[in-house]
Design a binder for this molecule. Structure first.
Ligand code: HEM
Length: 365
């Protein structure tokens, strides 16, 4: 197959090899993340209004990223661990003793939504609405290949209205939450506008939802499909961190990101013309045999494992420490509490919506 390929019907350039994908993701001088690309799947505005961290280039990106870094610190994330453990066990308590669980519906979906809602400081009982919104935004990325933007736009408008209300409340009465911190940053030496805060909240809601849900689900699925690896992990719990990295490589929750070429770029004998849309296939890069020995093998001891599931360069996933922490807590609890874990049946599993995310809609165990 061609490592760099123009997909005529979609008018997109696809890039598949590890080195090329890494280059496209990180070379912001030649590949823009800015409007024109369709990164709605990662929380960007499907209708192009407003901005989002993930759809901005330097120098604006540099300023925004340093502002949100001040509110979204590794320390703030690490402090969430006890609460993540508590939510995890509460969710598992609700299904324990029934002998059956739909891992996605009962566990991997609610966990990240509750965590992100608490982090932002919004009521987690609004989570069904959050789920609908992020589903629509992710699915609207398919509009790139000919669908309609309408529902994604509607979800965006509804999210804006929702968060505008919360921001107004926190301005009057700040709390110990991320939205209050973002407002405080706005009022310090640097400034985040209300539009900035809104689009960041939308981004977190979507980016923090589908991705972590699928990471945990993909982990359980991969372990069930590879009973030898599951056995190895059960007898060596300290292999959990490398297991999570291998799941990120083997079943990357985000399969691709978009860029726009800022100039003609020659790559493997082809010229990607200035202005072209480019899809960098992360999922393909993470299975490139030039980089990973036996890439189709799920190997929880893989070392080194330089996967790029969280991207590479200045847009490297802000939520990576949180996603890794949630996966660690969730898998520890699942392995502990569900010793006889197995698929309920051998029916084929339905994939999650949208071609960017990789996961299953439901996982009956
Ligand atoms: C960026 C993947 C979880 C927030 C990214 C990017 C990837 C990614 C590939 C780079 C986008 C690009 O280069 O254009 C993932 C995966 C996750 C995950 C696989 C889970 C397994 C999260 C979580 C949050 C989050 C839990 C927040 C709570 C963000 C943000 C950005 C980002 C804000 C934009 C950073 C920037 O543009 O500077 N993520 N993510 N992600 N992610 Fe994640």
């Amino acid at each position: 197959a061609q490592p760099v390929m123009y997909v005529e019907p979609l008018q997109l350039w696809s890039v598949f090899r590890y080195d090329d994908v890494k280059m496209v993701l990180s070379d912001h001088a030649r590949f823009s993340s800015g409007p024109g690309g369709p990164p709605a799947a990662a929380g960007g505005p499907p209708n192009g209004d407003g901005f989002s961290l993930v759809t901005t280039d330097p120098p604006r990106h540099t300023d925004l990223r340093s502002l949100v870094n001040r509110a979204f610190t590794p320390k703030a994330v690490a402090a969430l661990e006890p609460r993540i453990e508590q939510i995890t066990h509460e969710l598992l308590d609700q299904v324990s003793g029934t002998g059956q669980i739909d891992l996605v519906h009962d566990f991997t979906y609610p966990l990240p939504v509750i965590v992100i809602a608490e982090l932002l400081g919004v009521p987690s009982n609004d989570r069904d609405r959050f789920k609908e919104w992020s589903d629509e935004v992710v699915a609207s990325a398919d509009a790139v290949i000919g669908g309609s933007h309408d529902k994604g736009k509607q979800a965006n408008d509804e999210m804006n209205e929702y968060f505008r209300g919360i921001i107004a409340e926190r301005r009057k009465a700040p709390r110990e939450d991320l939205i209050s911190s973002l407002i405080a940053v706005e009022e310090g030496a640097f400034r985040l506008s209300e539009t900035d805060i809104l689009s960041f909240c939308r981004l977190l809601l979507v980016a923090g939802n589908e991705t972590t849900t699928n990471l945990i689900g993909n982990a359980v699925l991969s372990l069930l499909e590879n009973p030898g690896e599951l056995e190895k992990l059960r007898s060596n719990p300290d292999m959990l961190a490398s297991t999570i990295e291998e799941v990120l490589r083997f079943r990357s929750p985000i399969q691709a990101m978009f860029r726009t070429a800022k100039e003609d770029v020659e790559l493997r004998g082809q010229v990607i013309p200035k202005g072209s849309k480019v899809i960098a296939w992360i999922g393909s890069a993470n299975r490139d045999e030039a980089k990973f020995a036996d890439p189709a093998r799920f190997d929880i001891a893989r070392d080194p494992n330089p996967h790029i599931a969280f991207g590479h360069g200045i847009h490297f996933c802000l939520g990576a420490p949180l996603a890794r922490l949630e996966a660690k807590v969730a898998l520890t609890a699942i392995l502990d509490r569900l010793p006889e874990l197995r698929r309920e049946n051998d029916e084929p599993l339905e994939p999650a919506r949208g071609f960017i995310v990789h996961g299953v809609k439901s996982l009956p165990l």
